[in-house]
Design a protein around this ligand. Structure first.
Ligand code: HEC
Length: 241
């Protein structure tokens, strides 16, 4: 129920984002939730770069192990830094009040963020930090103007500048320009952010892949049952006509 309420409240948020951000084209997140290796790479990025500030408190490590095709030991060794109990959820140690003081806003739990904002929004957000000296952390974001989050992946992406046309009040985003390269090329960084978005989309609805798989079997069952029912009907009625 709590999860539902959070999802509903957050579902209203994209509109607020758009209202504040003007029209920024979202890039399509072409993710594949059946690609376990992509999800594993995304999980690694998530625990290394996001889990210090954001929790995903509805996600259990052991469930993730099962869904992502990893053993519990692999998860314990590579993905668990905040706890040593495999049955724990992805919580963080940072107290919310402290975080709010540091960043202006407490970093929200990311369990259902892709359902609230959409995967395309999250993917575009992650690739859209740009240099803005006027902001406390020196960066801003085209899809989340005046965001309180620092550019935590600057080492990977480097720093980019955003080009705008128009005047201060009605500026139109034209594109990014990389001014300081990071460890990854632009293509590598985009691919990494797709993996991360895929992982967060999985976390938002962990049973989605299983549901589709079961759904296919249900349809096959219904199809076979239909044939049997039809043959039975014919058998029953054959003496009547
Ligand atoms: C240093 C702390 C910190 C780290 C690390 C961090 N974030 Fe954030 N993040 C924040 C804060 C603070 C906000 C709230 C920004 C605001 O509301 O202005 C935020 C906001 C967000 C939002 C927007 C939430 C909304 O309101 O819709 C998303 C999505 C997000 N972060 C994803 C990530 C991902 C993915 C990572 C890992 C790559 C990450 N963050 C790492 C501090 C952090």
């Amino acid at each position: 129920m709590k999860k539902l309420i959070i999802a509903l409240v957050m579902a209203a948020m994209p509109m607020l984002g758009f209202a504040a951000g003007g029209k920024v084209q979202l890039n399509h997140a072409d993710i594949d939730l059946t690609d376990q290796e992509s999800l594993q790479r995304g999980a690694r990025l998530f625990v290394n770069y996001c889990l210090n500030c954001h929790s995903a408190k509805y996600q259990r490590y052991n469930r993730m192990a099962r869904d992502l095709g990893m053993t519990e030991d692999e998860v314990k060794e590579n993905l668990m830094f905040a706890t040593d109990k495999i049955g724990d959820t992805m919580n963080i140690a940072m107290p919310e009040a402290q975080a709010a003081k540091w960043f202006g806003t407490a970093p929200p739990d990311l369990s259902v963020i892709t359902r609230a904002r959409g995967s395309d929004w999250v993917y575009t957000y992650l690739t859209s930090f740009y240099i803005d000296e006027k902001r406390p952390f020196g960066v801003n974001n085209t899809v989340f103007p005046d965001v309180g989050m620092p550019h935590v992946m600057w080492k990977l992406q480097g720093f980019q500048k955003a080009n705008f046309s128009g005047d201060e009040d009605h500026r139109v985003f034209e594109g990014f320009e990389l001014v300081e390269p990071g460890e990854m090329s632009a293509e590598e960084f985009d691919a990494a952010m797709l993996d991360l978005t895929a992982f967060m989309t999985y976390v938002g609805d962990p049973i989605q892949v299983e549901r589709h798989r079961i759904g296919v079997w249900v349809l096959i069952f219904i199809a076979i049952f239909f044939v049997l029912a039809y043959l039975l009907k014919k058998e029953y009625w054959k003496d009547v006509h």
